[in-house]
Design a binder for this molecule. Structure first.
Ligand code: SAM
Length: 265
């Protein structure tokens, strides 16, 4: 069930946050809730995590996963929109959003303000997302060309303002009034021999990153891409005896001010 590429890196990121044992947190855009469970593990049995997502189907699925993991007491899920969170001000000790706020389409500022609104003064707002990868060892030019296509830069697009790129999140944190802003990069890597799980995850990733690239590639690049990146090709790159790849997640963290400026204190 766990994503074998994502899980070790997300675990390292969560560990680096050192969330307080027994604290109450929110996982925004939680998907099927895998990270909500990891977050709940990190705050221990007395802690609470609420996962929220636009998709009601994901929420049903996530609830089933939490039950199976014996964590229904600590983790709950509900449908909701980050643009208008169904919680009172100062409800949570921290809020986390992975591959959603600042990454999915939409202006990050109102979303960050919503996260800050529901987090108590002094609590943390954290956003984290996949930020790079090197998956074609020995073919840097082809990989650069692939990454220069529209699918390669997604979810960013050529029409978007540079400020809307995920790597510019620190500016939006500042705009949202968050303090003590920090950024950290977490890397994951894989090396042959690949387990079946890792191999399947890499195949899915190759497909996800570069589906639809053909119109933006030269004929030579397209032929080389098919030779190296299609599992049925005899030269499929994951079959290299010494295959190695790495990828990164970037994590931005800011603190909700302890004193509300509008109080004039
Ligand atoms: C790429 S998935 C990330 C899921 C999970 N956080 C992870 O990293 O594995 C993005 C998720 O954000 C959810 N999402 C997108 N826009 C949202 C919004 N405005 N409010 C709440 N959830 C949203 C989507 O339904 C989807 O489940």
């Amino acid at each position: 069930m766990a994503d074998p590429l994502q899980e070790p890196v997300i675990r390292s990121a969560i560990q680096a946050l050192a969330l307080s044992p027994g604290s109450r947190g929110l996982d925004v855009g939680c998907g099927i809730g895998l990270q909500s469970l990891l977050l709940a593990e990190s705050v221990g049995g007395a802690g609470q995590v609420t996962g929220i997502d636009l998709s009601p189907e994901f929420m049903v699925y996530a609830t089933g996963i939490a039950e199976k993991a014996g964590m229904s007491e600590q983790v709950s899920f509900q449908e909701g929109d980050v643009k208008s969170l169904p919680f009172d001000d100062d409800t949570f000790d921290w809020a986390w959003s992975a591959n959603c706020v600042g990454y999915a389409p939409g202006e990050p500022l109102p979303m960050l303000k919503e996260l800050a609104r529901v987090v108590k003064p002094g609590g943390s707002v954290v956003v984290i997302a996949w930020s790079s990868q090197q998956m074609l060892p020995g073919y840097p030019l082809l990989e650069a060309h692939l990454n220069a296509t529209s699918p390669g830069i997604a979810p960013f697009s050529r029409e978007m303002r540079p400020e809307l790129h995920f790597l510019r999140m620190a500016g939006w944190f500042r705009e949202a009034g968050l303090e003590e802003i920090t950024v950290r990069t977490f890397a994951g890597d894989v090396c042959a021999p690949l387990s079946n799980d890792i191999r399947s995850a890499l195949i899915a990733l190759l497909e996800m990153r570069w589906t639809g690239v053909q119109p933006e590639l030269s004929e030579d690049d397209w032929a080389e891409f098919q030779r190296l990146c299609l599992p049925e090709s005899p030269d499929f790159i994951l079959n290299l005896l010494d295959y190695y790849a790495f990828y990164t997640y970037s994590m931005f963290r800011g603190r909700v001010p302890r004193v509300n400026v509008s109080d004039g204190v």
